[in-house]
Design a protein around this ligand. Structure first.
Ligand code: PMP
Length: 350
């Protein structure tokens, strides 16, 4: 038997997530992974590395609970929000029986994580306004254990109506969990649903330090949920999931000074987003969708040709599955200016 034949059928047949890093490219301007342009520096104290970390370091859990306005028993930390998605599927979905439901166009890892564990996937597309189709979801709740909602949604950038999320929580009460992926919420903190946790036992909120906190390379995320959910997730998480240096850095990032720096950087990124939105919005044939995260979805007359020209020029963006759309992460002002200037030139609108 070949090594490949030894693998599970599901894994042999799986098309893995096309992460920005996997897609390669060479260039000077990287605006394809919704990373922060700020390379903050941290001092790492590496004097405890002979010992395992605790499973859920209390200083980190307490710092994040305080930041998110929830109680420590409502927080679980993991290797990025991606691991949170995986833990939820492993803890709540029976393989080859239960389903997750998600609403495309949205983040690709909900489907891939489910497929990896032989969990079925159901899709109920977002409406033409990129909002939830609550009737469509209601019709598909049979056997559904987790409903994923992404707000701000990646890649469209819009917020999902809070009233619709509450209606969904009511509709799924006692049947399924609603997982609100708030990876980008620090760019619009007033839109969080974390303040609904005490009202809805079936609400789960995913968070990360990868975006506004400029720590994509740290791999540190959080799942906020009621204690019963957190305790179930703790049953399936690895014994020592959080490296000691990750805790050191994350606690610094969540300190008052770290939060202040993040707030300042969020303002800077928001100003650059407004600059790019205004600049692209003036071009004929271009539609810029309103975005609440650190990225914009933009529709061009011929997105493939433009994407390839940018790629060849060393400006690496993300092609979206939405027709003629490209997702542009918000970089520093220089990166935004160069990207806008090159797009103008390509479209013959200098
Ligand atoms: N959710 C969404 C919507 C994302 O865009 C991303 C990262 N691209 C993640 C979750 C994963 O974040 P993390 O880096 O914390 O694993």
């Amino acid at each position: 038997m070949s090594i490949e034949q030894l693998a599970r059928k599901t894994v042999r047949e799986l098309t893995p997530y096309q992460s920005a890093r996997r897609l390669g490219g060479t260039g000077d301007i990287w605006l394809n992974a919704n990373e922060s342009p700020f390379a903050n520096e941290y001092n790492i104290k590496c004097d405890r590395l002979n010992r395992y970390s605790t499973c859920q370091p209390s200083e980190l859990i307490e710092a994040y609970a305080d930041y998110a306005g929830v109680r420590p028993e409502q927080v679980l930390t993991s290797r990025g929000a991606d691991e949170g998605i995986e833990l939820l599927i492993r803890a709540f979905c029976e393989p080859n029986q239960d389903s997750i439901l998600y609403c495309p166009p949205t983040y690709g890892m909900y489907a891939i994580s489910a497929q990896t564990f032989d969990v079925n996937t159901k899709t109920v597309p977002l409406t033409s306004e990129w909002q939830l189709d609550l009737d469509g979801i209601r019709d598909n709740l049979d056997g559904t254990k987790l409903v994923f909602v992404c707000s701000p949604n990646n890649p469209t950038g819009n917020l999902i109506n809070r009233g619709d999320i509450e209606a969904l929580l009511d509709m799924t009460a006692g049947k399924a969990l609603v997982v609100v992926d708030e990876a980008y919420i620090d760019f619009c903190p007033e839109a969080t649903t974390a303040n609904l946790l005490d009202s809805y036992p079936n609400l789960v909120v995913l968070r990360t330090l990868s975006k506004a906190f400029a720590l994509a390379g740290l791999r540190c995320g959080f799942t906020l949920a009621n204690q019963e959910v957190i305790e179930l997730l703790l049953k399936v998480i690895a014994p020592y999931p959080v490296p000691v240096p990750v805790t050191d850095i994350a606690v610094q990032a969540l300190s008052p000074a770290g939060r202040a720096k993040t707030k300042f950087q969020v303002l800077d990124i928001s100003a650059n987003r407004a600059y790019l939105q205004a600049g692209l919005g003036m071009l004929d044939g271009v539609t810029v969708y309103e975005g609440y995260g650190n990225y914009l979805l933009v529709k061009f007359p011929d997105a493939d040709a433009l994407f390839n020209a940018l790629w060849d020029h060393g400006i690496i963006l993300r092609r979206s599955p939405i027709e003629n759309c490209i997702r542009i992460s918000i970089g520093n002002r220089d990166e935004c200016e160069k990207t806008l200037a090159f797009i103008r030139e390509q479209l013959g609108q200098n």
